[in-house]
Ligand binder design. Structure first.
Ligand code: UD1
Ligand code: UDP
Length: 365
């Protein structure tokens, strides 16, 4: 029996690791050990409850307004003790968070092999997304196995000199997670409120957007609501106090904009399914929206997910108010443009990524 430790700490990592944990649990010769860092608290618990996952270890590192120094040092030191106790044969980390970076670094220091899930995404601009571009490149350096979601991400790794025998295209596990969440019969009071309107669903939380860019984004949202009287906006606001302050200050008080608490992932996926379009600076939502045929305006300067832009399912708007307003107005006004974007298929996965990753682990370790 080989011990496979799965380490994660934030909401998106939990959503994307959950199907992999479920798959590991049914493999006879693999023993999953679940370790959460607690980089997120409430937003992590929402996902653990939804997928009925009980962590074996929890570092509980989150504090209000935590800095990158807080997260990185606490996780690095905390992981040392857990890794020395468990002695896993392989540790799986996910993506580009400080949890992934610090856990992978701890493994490197202890000569424990790392498998990187969602490997090879790149903007090659260390400031955007910040600090995620650094985190994922650093994880790639110390990883033994690279589970790339797409051919684009595989090629990034090959161009960087990784041994092709260690890089596997698997699809993104977030699409596996979506197989169980969306239902035609789903209802929610906030969706009832939007019934006769077109729903724009928003999320925004990126560190590099906090401040002026986020204010620009929200100003554009207000203008859209003023210009289109059949539009209603729902924004489940991220729990970061800095994000909450900007959202309250710039969006509160508008009748057709609702600021709500973060939704659990089942709710959020069903809100996406009912939305007319999605405005976001999130990574994961760019991958999920095409499965539901929803156009995504990506309010960032760069994306590490060019597959969506190339497939025509995502439109990169940057963070200037005028451009966000213009692109959004175009989608709301022109049905031909809207239909072209919404009818494309999903380039990020087919729902079998976790199965492929476990097959590879079985064969390799
Ligand atoms: C982190 C990741 C980012 C990912 C995002 C997903 C890093 C550096 N950043 O950013 O890549 O896109 O998660 O959402 O790893 N908070 C709570 N409760 C929670 C979660 C957060 O109160 O459940 C508040 C806390 O005050 C915390 C703050 O939000 O200090 C920021 O959390 P943090 O994990 O540092 O950054 P995120 O922006 O969430
Ligand atoms: N999500 C959620 N509730 C919300 C908003 C988002 O469950 O209120 C989910 C969403 O479906 C996606 C993930 O959280 O799977 C994205 O997380 P986030 O935007 O926080 O991080 P990123 O993907 O940018 O790292």
């Amino acid at each position: 029996m080989k011990k496979v430790m799965v380490v994660f700490g934030t909401r998106p990592e939990a959503i994307k690791m959950a199907p992999l944990i479920k798959e590991l649990q049914i493999r006879k010769n693999l023993e999953p050990v679940v370790c959460v860092t607690g980089q997120h608290k409430e937003m992590l618990d929402q996902v653990l409850n939804t997928f009925s996952i009980k962590p074996d270890y929890d570092l509980k590192v989150m504090t209000k307004n935590q800095t990158l120094f807080d997260i990185t040092t606490k996780i690095l030191n905390g992981m040392k003790n857990i890794l020395e106790e468990v002695k896993p044969d392989l540790v799986l980390v996910h993506g580009d968070t400080s949890t992934a970076f610090s856990a992978a670094l701890a493994c490197f220091y202890l000569h424990i092999p790392v498998g990187h899930v969602e490997a090879g995404l790149r903007t090659y601009d260390a400031e955007s997304p910040y600090p995620e571009e650094f985190n994922r490149q650093a994880v790639s350096i110390v990883s033994k196995y690279h589970f790339a979601p797409t051919e684009v991400s595989r090629l990034n790794l090959i161009k960087e000199g990784k041994n092709p025998d260690t890089v596997f295209v698997t699809g993104n596990t977030v699409i596996d997670a979506m197989m169980t969440t969306v239902s035609d019969h789903y209802t929610h009071p906030d969706l009832e409120w939007t019934k006769e309107s077109r729903l724009i669903l928003i999320t925004a939380h990126r560190r590099e957007n906090i401040g002026r860019p986020m204010e620009n984004i929200f100003k554009a949202v207000r203008r859209i609501v003023e210009a289109f009287d059949d539009v209603k906006v729902i924004y489940p606001v991220h729990m970061n106090p800095l994000v909450q302050e900007i959202a309250q200050r710039t969006l509160d008080g508008e009748e057709r904009i609702r600021l709500i608490e973060p939704l659990n992932v089942v709710d959020f996926h069903n809100f996406m399914a009912r939305a007319y379009l999605i405005l976001t600076d999130s990574g994961g939502i760019q991958e999920e929206a095409p499965s539901l045929g929803k156009p995504v305006l990506v309010m960032r300067e760069h994306t590490e997910r060019p597959e969506g832009v190339e497939a025509g399912t995502s439109i990169l708007t940057g963070t200037e108010e005028e451009n966000i307003y213009r692109q959004c107005s175009k989608l709301l006004s022109d049905l031909t443009v809207y239909s072209t974007v919404s009818e494309r298929s999903n380039p990020f996965g087919d729902g079998y990524a976790s199965k492929r990753i476990c097959d590879i682990i079985n064969a390799e370790i």
